[in-house]
Write a protein that binds this ligand. Structure first.
Ligand SMILES: Nc1ncnc2c1ncn2[C@@H]1O[C@H](COP(=O)(O)OP(=O)(O)OP(=O)(O)O)[C@@H](O)[C@H]1O
Ligand SMILES: [Mg+2]
Length: 463
């Protein structure tokens, strides 16, 4: 259970926060002033600190400075009233992760806490694993194979591409990463960030396909309080949160033409306009974008701005699909076996030769992500010390047998796909983002499919 430290001199506020956060499963410790908080922080670890700004004795800003000394990783959220909003902005510059403007709703609070924790986790992850293992046994780099964000490959094309990514990391040029879903585009983006001078600043990812267009603008550029209905508090956009660091615009091809024009302006002027803001805010952010569609074609079809395309495409990196790097299938399968066995605490020494043969014969349309999911499941199912053919659930990835064979009856493929989608949604409790991820398709594709089923009155639940 994650522990949150609440610091407020007002008893009512302490009780309210305690109540709200406990309700969603956090353990809450509270205290009435900054000094007491400092003592607590020295003796225990907290996932987050939420502090009032105005307090007698050591105030919120003073406490923030102490947190940065005692436990710099711990995210700090400031509570502020209208009168002290400038202090909150100061605090953000001093490293507070967000602020809560009084009065705030339960939803406001939870959103800010969750975002803050996610951001902190991301920053933490960024500091680990940028190693490239180019050998076969998964331990070649001297780092543990099970460390996150490790890129495992021995494929000459991938190695060349990784070299190139490292080479361009130092510059500020925009990078466009091409590749099918699940090929490792995000890993490459992290590699670039981690090898740049920006590595100790934020890496912020935005999935342009997962956020509805009308919200994406505020997500990217932020908004002022009252700038539109529902804008009950000021929000910093992802560009501002990435200040000094790197922003990853995932699935850039899904961005609307209107927003493309706004993004182009950002790249030309190095400043952003918050929605409802009076003047532009200067930004210093490295832009990396990814796409799984052919952007050049999108330009020809007038779906993507040509000028923006050239701005983004300064350095193109093409990540090959898994089926074009045959050697990596075995290497990655072994890597994921070790990774997931360790995660669940199972003693599994490897993959049996028949199982490996099957794995190698697959086409992996969902690429590395699909392979990883398959191995993760196999590890869970495995009852011996070796993954066998019965531990592999491969139907959905028999691309060579089903999806690509023209004389396979289409209705059956469709039905299979619908069942798989239904099953996955069931497992993710209806969470589409997670479902799309584990299916190795984009959220947009999933949404379209569900829409199509609905239009055709086909059941998705309980198939
Ligand atoms: N070469 C690799 N070595 C180890 N793990 C990898 C490698 N490539 C991908 N992965 C893992 O596979 C998963 C998918 O990778 P990633 O998210 O980078 O893909 P992506 O191309 O961004 O996918 P999408 O288009 O769906 O966003 C992640 O869990 C990642 O850690
Ligand atoms: Mg990605």
């Amino acid at each position: 259970m994650k522990k949150i430290l609440i610091v407020d001199d007002e008893e009512g506020m302490r009780i309210a926060l305690n109540e709200a956060l406990s309700r969603v499963g956090f353990k809450v410790v509270s205290c009435a002033d900054g000094r007491e908080a400092v003592t607590k922080l020295k003796n225990d670890t907290y996932a987050m600190v939420i502090t009032d700004i105005k307090m007698p004795g050591l105030d919120g800003l003073g406490l923030l400075r102490e947190v940065k000394k005692i436990c710099p990783e711990t995210p700090v959220v400031m509570i502020t009233a209208y009168g002290t909003i400038d202090n909150a902005v100061e605090a953000m510059k001093d490293g507070a992760c967000d602020y809560l403007l009084k009065p705030f709703s339960f939803e406001n609070l939870i959103e800010i806490v969750k975002n803050g924790l996610a951001q902190a986790e991301m920053l933490f992850d960024n500091r680990t694993g940028d190693a490239v293992i180019s050998g076969g046994n998964g331990n070649g780099s001297g780092k543990k194979a099970t460390e996150s964000r490790t890129i495992v490959t021995g494929d000459p094309e991938m190695l060349r591409l990784i070299d190139m990514a490292r080479g361009v990391a130092a510059s500020n040029s925009t990078v466009l990463i091409y590749g099918q879903s699940g090929t490792g585009k995000e890993l490459i983006a992290h590699l670039i960030h981690n090898n740049s001078q920006r590595s100790n600043k934020a890496f912020v990812a935005v999935n342009c396909a997962a956020i509805p267009d009308n919200l994406l603008e505020s997500e990217l550029f932020g908004h002022e309080k009252g700038s539109f209905t529902g804008a009950t508090f000021r929000k910093f956009g992802k560009f501002e949160l990435a200040q000094g660091g790197t922003i990853l615009l995932d699935e850039i091809g899904e961005m609307s033409m209107t927003l493309q024009a706004k993004l182009l302006r950002v790249l030309q002027e190095f400043e952003i306009d918050r929605i409802g803001g009076k003047e532009p805010v200067p930004i210093d952010v490295r832009v990396i974008s990814t796409t799984n569609i052919d952007l050049k074609k999108a330009v020809q079809e007038n779906k993507f701005r040509e000028d923006l395309y050239y701005r983004l495409n300064v350095i193109p990196i093409k990540v090959p699909p898994l089926r074009e790097r045959k050697g990596d299938v075995e290497r990655l399968a072994k890597h994921f076996t070790a990774l997931h066995a360790e995660k669940v605490g199972k003693e599994i020494k490897g993959i049996g030769s028949d199982a490996m043969k099957e794995i190698k014969s697959m086409r992996w349309p969902g690429n590395v992500r699909e392979l990883q999911n398959t191995i993760e499941r196999a590890v869970l199912l495995c009852r011996t010390d070796e993954i066998g053919t019965t531990d592999l659930i491969l139907e959905e990835s028999r691309g060579d047998v089903a999806a690509e064979s023209s004389d396979f009856p289409t209705t059956t493929i469709e039905e299979m796909e619908r069942k798989l989608i239904a099953k996955t949604l069931d497992v993710t409790n209806g969470n589409r983002t997670h479902a799309a991820r584990s299916l190795g398709i984009s959220i947009r594709t999933l949404r379209n499919k569900l829409k199509e089923y609905k239009e055709r009155n086909l059941a998705v639940e309980g198939v």
